[in-house]
Design a protein around this ligand. Structure first.
Ligand code: NDP
Length: 326
């Protein structure tokens, strides 16, 4: 038996409970992992509360991230004792995930834990941090260098935003952090933000074009915010869009794209090809200040994640939540 958060949906309704589960119920897969730590991401909170259509099969163990030790493997590249990390691949959505003491998965989905990180640090990073790295790599790929000008991060106090601020500042960019929580300015400055701005200036419908300011942007918010960010990019600026914390809509015009040559790059972490994942984890080992992980994250127990899911969706959680599943 092992402990897991289990989401069920039946005549009695949609509910998540902390449950003891028999090993025999684990799904198919060629690798069994003894989970050490998981995390609570925005998507996990949507799954646990049922506030977003994340779960595709019931019953489901949520948790799109895990770090742990391989217990059994028939996969050629995984051996018992290997320490591995998993992010995405539909785990916690269509395949049982990491908010449990045990997981059975495809070895193709697993990444060896980089030597720079402990399993707990890997989960302080989690999908949010790895996505922030993918966003930074997207800006770089499209030619945004620190000399091009300021870079904006929206949803800066969130998991993706916090890691993006830290990474970009360490890489030498002047980072401007947009947030609805100006009282967290000291935290954002400690991560390297040069300036804090109120997210309200991006939240409402805006003009097709605004004053040119940003050479690059990481947007975790979507909706009017993303539209206004695009409208305020400098000529040939680049926006990496990964989130929808304000909304899934994108009420924009083509003006920034056809008049200022702005590039909008979509970033998906879930099915990101393996070589790019490995590169992202190597880059995190190089470019993320490990001291910032203690600032960004705090640890909670498996029993707390159901309650914390509501707080996370309400934007009341700062940074990242690491879940000790044991
Ligand atoms: P968090 O909940 O940790 O952070 C989201 C942040 O967005 C909040 O902290 C808040 O920042 C801001 N925010 C919340 N509500 C609003 C609102 N109504 N208007 C404007 N800003 C708002 O989530 P994560 O950082 O884990 O994820 C951020 C987004 O990225 C989510 O939408 C998530 O689904 C998505 N995501 C996408 C991935 C991908 O593969 N594309 C992977 C990982 C995440 P503040 O308080 O500073 O204003």
């Amino acid at each position: 038996m092992f402990k897991a958060v289990l989401i069920e949906k039946d005549d009695a309704g949609y509910r998540a409970t902390l449950t003891d589960v028999d090993d025999a119920r684990l799904p198919d897969g060629d690798v069994t992992v003894r989970v050490a730590y998981s995390t609570l991401n925005y998507k996990d909170a949507l799954a646990i509360t049922g506030k977003g259509p994340v779960v595709r099969k019931f019953p489901m163990v949520p948790g799109i991230d895990l770090a742990g030790t391989v217990e059994h493997s028939s996969h050629p590249e995984c051996r018992a004792g290997d320490i591995v990390v998993l992010n995405g691949w539909g785990v916690g959505e269509g395949h049982w995930g990491g908010l449990a003491q045990k997981a059975r998965l495809s070895g193709d989905w697993l990444v060896p834990l980089p030597a720079a990180f402990s399993p707990k640090q890997a989960m302080a990073i989690g999908t949010a941090g790895y996505t922030a790295m993918l966003c930074v790599m997207a800006l770089e790929r499209h030619g945004v260098t620190p000399d091009k000008g300021e870079v904006l991060v929206t949803g800066a106090n969130g998991g993706v935003g916090s890691v993006a601020v830290s990474l970009l500042a360490k890489l030498g960019y002047r980072v401007v952090a947009s947030t609805g929580r100006p009282n967290e300015a000291e935290y954002l400055k400690a991560l390297g933000a040069a300036e804090i701005i109120d997210r309200a200036q991006f939240s409402m419908p805006g003009k097709p074009l605004a004053k040119e300011r940003w050479a690059g942007a990481v947007d975790t918010v979507g909706s009017h915010t993303l539209a206004n960010v695009c409208a305020s990019m400098k000529y040939r600026g680049v926006v990496a869009a990964c989130g929808l914390a304000q909304g899934m809509d994108f009420p924009a015009t083509v003006a920034p794209f056809i008049l200022r040559g702005v590039t909008l790059v979509g970033v998906d972490s879930v099915y990101c090809p393996r070589p790019e994942r490995l590169e992202a984890w190597q880059r995190l080992a190089r470019d993320l200040d490990p001291a910032h992980l203690d600032l960004i994250s705090h640890e909670v127990g498996l029993a707390e994640v159901i309650r914390l899911s509501g707080e996370l969706l309400a934007g009341q959680v700062r940074g990242r939540l690491i879940v000790d599943v044991n």
